[in-house]
Design a protein around this ligand. Structure first.
Ligand code: GLU
Ligand code: ZN
Length: 327
């Protein structure tokens, strides 16, 4: 098979502002590709409508630029695989859903469950739902019949039927991974309703359609990778290489979030902290430079190696916040 051009993506969700945690993963994703001369795509993952905040997508682009990250294709810029904003790609997901339907791999689900609601966003640490018990599997002969059982205004979701099978892949950082999803997650939601593709389906369809060859992201999405591999298999698409990196957490060990104080990039920027100081800190966390170094993202391109990355989580303390002028 011909070697594909190396392509990676930055895929922020404009449901919240970029903070030190997302920024660290995005910097790594960018460096991994740029250090090998590959192409970077920016994609906005904005399917979680009620939670998408106005201006957050623009803000994310500004934050990324301020950090010195660039991309070859994306919203505004365009490119051969446009559009690069998920809300504009509903038709593409719809077609993928049709393909899964024609193979009898999905079924309508009328359960009103939290995991149906949550399916629009990537399930980050602590957001995984309990396994689905399979209540609606084989229950309805058609979508219309499932819909007829629901009150007006509610539509059945589509669930992907998970086979009993141990899936395996080799992660570029975490090594060999194996899981039988039928034991851990059960059948999972891929669309909240026929036009409402969720994260797992959209991310697979988009990464494949956009020729992405490497997905580097936080290791709280490692479990999602098994679901995505099943979708690649079902849609007969070539999966990318996966690289999952340790999370950035607060002093309580939980994924960095608002409760740990304001670590938004925009806030650090407004505090007058130079980007080189922030990038230097992120790079230090990645094992690339000494503590206290100030560098640009571009300076790191020649220094980058994933083998320097520590396997332990990064903890953001008050000291870190003071160092960045936000403590
Ligand atoms: N848009 C997702 C997020 O920001 C990232 C999903 C992914 O990298 O697969 O949480
Ligand atoms: Zn159900």
């Amino acid at each position: 098979m011909a070697k594909l051009p190396l392509r990676g993506r930055l895929a922020p969700s404009p449901t919240g502002a970029l903070h030190l945690g997302n920024a660290r993963s995005l910097l790594l994703a960018w460096l991994s590709i740029r250090s090998r001369g590959g192409e970077v795509v920016l994609r906005m993952e904005d399917l979680d409508h009620p939670k998408v905040k106005p201006n957050t997508a623009r803000q994310a682009r500004e934050d990324l630029r301020w950090l010195g990250l660039d991309w070859d294709e994306g919203p505004e810029l365009g490119g051969p695989y446009q559009p690069y904003t998920q809300a504009e790609r509903i038709q593409v997901y719809r077609e993928a859903l049709e393909r899964l339907l024609s193979k009898n791999l999905v079924y309508p689900c009328t359960c009103s469950r939290q995991d149906v609601e949550n399916a629009q966003s990537a399930p980050h640490a602590g957001e995984e739902s309990p396994p689905y018990p399979g209540t609606c599997r084989g229950r309805y002969p058609s979508y219309a019949e499932a819909a007829a059982t629901l009150p007006d205004g509610r539509l059945p979701a589509w669930r992907f039927q998970v086979p009993q099978q141990t899936l395996e892949f080799t992660d570029g950082f975490c090594g060999r991974q194996a899981e039988d999803l039928s034991r851990t997650s059960g059948d999972f939601t891929i669309a909240r309703h026929p036009e409402g593709a969720g994260y797992q389906l959209a991310v697979v369809v988009d990464d494949a359609a956009m020729g992405i060859t490497e997905v580097l992201r936080g290791d709280d999405l490692l479990q999602s990778t098994f679901r995505q591999l099943l979708l690649y298999q079902a849609l007969e698409l070539q999966p990318p290489e996966f690289v999952h990196v340790p999370l950035v957490v607060g002093p309580d060990g939980r994924r960095l979030a608002k409760r740990h104080g304001d670590t938004r990039i925009s806030w650090i920027r407004e505090a007058g902290t130079p980007p080189e100081r922030v990038v230097g800190l992120l790079a230090h966390w990645c094992g690339l430079v000494d503590e206290g170094t100030q560098v640009t993202a571009q300076d790191l391109v020649d220094k980058y190696t994933l083998s320097a990355l520590p396997h332990k989580r990064v903890i953001v303390t008050d000291k870190v916040q003071q160092y960045l002028g936000i403590g």
